[in-house]
Design a binder for this molecule. Structure first.
Ligand code: MN
Length: 202
């Protein structure tokens, strides 16, 4: 099933005067829509490549998948985590406030770090408050473009290290030989149990 542009959860002018109606219209209907379309196109092109067993352009489409997929995820989160003027703003409460205070010291230091991080992003990008699975801590992360080079929210199930340090002593420059060898040592049981637990959390 292709991805669809989620409707804006409020009217186009709901964020006025802080964020203007014309910006929201263009941002949601044109920019966010383009990421959804780009993600669907990348998935279709990759399906086509699998069918033809022709992976000549796989690097290009993997980049498109990361760029548009991450753009779609981050924009969906951006719209969902704003509220109409008068209903948003203020301070978090309850568990979120306690977690922020525990991980950043106080709400004020957290807000300072988030604003500074967003202002410091080079070029086009994002500041993101995220829960890191390492230690279950809140972290403020930034992204250049949308991805560089991950897909936000994706849970890793299986990975191949292709840094030279992972294979150079034995395979030198023959990375493809190392990748072929790696298939002989995959732990599918571990991957399957990681998939099961990730599915439970989504
Ligand atoms: Mn945007």
């Amino acid at each position: 099933m292709p991805y669809e542009l989620p409707p804006l959860p409020y009217s186009y002018d709901a964020l006025e005067p802080h964020i203007d109606e014309q910006t929201v219209r263009l941002h949601h209907d044109k920019h966010h829509k383009a990421y959804v379309d780009g993600l669907n196109n990348a998935e279709a092109k990759l399906a086509d490549a699998r069918e033809k067993a022709d992976f000549a352009l796989v690097k290009h489409w993997a980049r498109e998948l990361a760029f548009h997929g991450s753009g779609h995820i981050l924009h969906s989160l951006y719209w969902a985590t704003m509220a109409p003027a008068g209903k948003g703003g203020g301070k978090p409460e309850g568990e979120l406030l306690r977690q922020i205070a525990s991980d950043f010291g106080s709400y004020e230091t957290f807000a300072g770090q988030l604003s500074a991080s967003a202002a410091a992003v080079e070029g086009s990008g994002w500041a993101v408050l995220a829960l890191s699975p390492l230690g279950k801590k809140l972290e403020i992360l930034t992204a250049e473009k949308h991805q560089d080079l991950t897909q936000w929210g994706a849970v890793p199930i299986l990975t191949i290290d292709v840094w030279e340090h992972a294979y150079y002593l034995k395979y030198q420059n023959r990375r493809a030989d190392y990748i072929a060898a790696w298939w002989n040592v995959v732990n599918w049981q571990e991957a399957a149990s990681r998939l099961t637990s990730a599915l439970k959390r989504m």
